[in-house]
Design a protein around this ligand. Structure first.
Ligand code: MRU
Length: 369
């Protein structure tokens, strides 16, 4: 996607330096800083500290991390045990996004087919870059399949603005291109459909107000940042036509883990008869589980992310303490929205209802047994 006229992705392999580079998302929207991922420790740090974040991007970063583990200084990449243990460290960096395990395992299994070191390095890089390209295409398809949902509402409103609420950042910064939740929005906008996006600020790290608002603004999409608690109120007053969110892991039966607060938006949408869609590539489905509340691991992060808030102060990025110094804080990073609250999924293979039967009819290759 374009940033000030320049094509950008959140992660890429720089041919000239032979280094994987990423936008450091911790400092957006105020500073655009690029970080080199020189070794596995850098990559794990980037994933844990959310230099890179969002499920598809975490998957792509893990995939490139396998290549990085092979070429890092003092590499022992020809040693299978060493490679597997570096991959296990990568997979442990964050627990909720399905894509991380998926991306690392896919490149690892390709790399292990090659005993010759140079062959292994090339195969790992090719496979990781294939994942990056596939995810970009998947998001484009999600945009194409999701746009008619917005178009239909636009027709019902005689071309009036379609108000879409989204939570967290499921945009291109979280993916490679287009985003998941934002892909139908960008596609609708690019096709001259009038859209307006309600952007949940998404405490504690404000991926909505920092990242989604930045992305939408750079693309020229009308948007308004709201507090996380405003959704119910604006839904009751007819100000939301549609909710679209992303997901970090979705079970084969359609339970959805996404950024904390998503569940409350789904409840409010249900109570107000507002369609609630989840956009995702197939790499985010966990085909082995059905019960999201019981089986999806929910990350708990550093309570300081709640205690301190970051922003721009006289040209400098600063963090300030909000609650009393001695107060405890608890930072549950994701929640699970049960399938019964989800109107449908928008995937790279089309749109389906949130039932195991309908998901399986789109993905018959994932049928058990
Ligand atoms: O903690 P984050 O910023 O990695 O959480 C991201 C989200 O919750 C996104 O909505 C999700 O990964 C979908 S990304 C297309």
């Amino acid at each position: 996607m374009k940033v000030d006229g320049k094509n950008m992705r959140p992660i890429w392999f720089d041919e000239s330096s032979q280094v994987v580079q990423a936008i450091d998302q911790r400092f957006l929207p105020h500073k655009l800083i690029i970080k080199n991922l020189n070794n596995v420790d850098d990559t794990i740090h980037a994933i844990k500290e959310m230099v890179v974040r969002g499920a598809p991007l975490i998957g792509a970063s893990g995939a490139l991390g396998v290549f990085i583990s092979l070429v890092q200084e003092n590499n022992k990449g020809a040693d299978n045990d060493y490679l597997v243990s570096e991959c296990n460290r990568l997979k442990d960096a964050r627990p909720t996004a399905m894509n991380l395990v998926w991306g690392v395992d896919r490149v690892l299994s390709t790399a292990l087919k090659y005993q010759n070191y140079d062959g292994r390095v090339k195969a790992a890089l090719d496979e990781a870059l294939a994942i990056v390209e596939e995810e970009a295409v998947n998001c484009e398809k999600i945009g194409a399949y999701g746009m008619p949902i917005i178009e239909e509402i636009s027709k019902q409103k005689n071309g009036g603005p379609v108000n879409i609420l989204t939570h967290c950042n499921a945009g291109w910064l979280a993916c490679i291109e287009y985003g998941t939740a934002t892909a139908p929005i960008y596609t609708a906008f690019d096709n001259d459909i009038d859209v307006h996006v309600w952007v949940d600020e998404t405490r504690p790290l404000n991926q909505g107000s920092r990242l989604t608002a930045w992305e939408l603004g750079k693309h020229g999409v009308n948007h308004t940042v709201i507090t996380d608690n405003a959704g119910g109120h604006i839904m009751q007053h007819g100000m939301v036509d549609l909710v679209i969110v992303g997901t970090d892991r979705t079970t084969r039966a359609g339970d959805v883990a996404n950024k904390i607060g998503t569940y409350l938006k789904a409840l409010a949408a249900k109570d107000n008869n507002i369609p609630f869609y989840v956009a995702l590539p197939s790499s985010t489905f966990d085909w082995d589980i059905t019960d999201g509340i019981a089986d999806i691991p929910i990350e708990e992060r550093d309570p300081d992310e709640i205690r301190y808030i970051q922003g721009l102060c006289q040209g400098k990025i600063e963090k300030v303490l909000v609650p009393p110094e001695t107060s405890m804080a608890a930072n549950h990073a994701f929640d699970v929205t049960p399938a019964r609250l989800v109107t449908g999924f928008i995937t790279e293979r089309g749109v389906c209802r949130a039932t195991e039967k309908d998901i399986m009819s789109l993905f018959p290759d994932k049928q058990k047994g």
